[in-house]
Design a protein around this ligand. Structure first.
Ligand code: SF4
Length: 97
């Protein structure tokens, strides 16, 4: 997943510490995160990074930020039919605040 992120999870936390809201909300990474919680389990400081990213997504949606990365409804019915259900649920969750 990191290969698809423009800002890595540790960098997201640093930007948050610095109060760089615009950069955070513009980051592709907040839409690429699949909430797998790996970063949470590996963080030596026990920071709930996945929850921080989730809150950034919610903030972006509430601010009217467009999400150009999740276009699940533009997939063909055939493509959607072979997606794992959890992928569909995860994608749809990201479209609601
Ligand atoms: S929860 Fe953490 S490790 Fe998992 S995709 Fe999101 S940022 Fe990456």
């Amino acid at each position: 997943m990191a290969a698809h992120m423009d800002v890595l999870p540790n960098q997201i936390i640093r930007l948050a510490q610095l109060g760089m809201k615009e950069q955070l909300l513009a980051a592709r990474s907040i839409w690429m995160c699949v909430s797998c919680l790996t970063c949470n389990s590996r963080c030596p400081k026990d920071i709930k990074i996945a929850e921080v990213i989730e809150s950034l997504r919610m903030t972006a949606l509430r601010d009217g930020e467009r999400n150009d990365y999740l276009k699940i409804m533009e997939l063909s019915p055939e493509a959607r039919s072979v997606l794992p259900p959890i992928a569909t649920i995860s994608a749809m969750r990201k479209l609601t605040s």
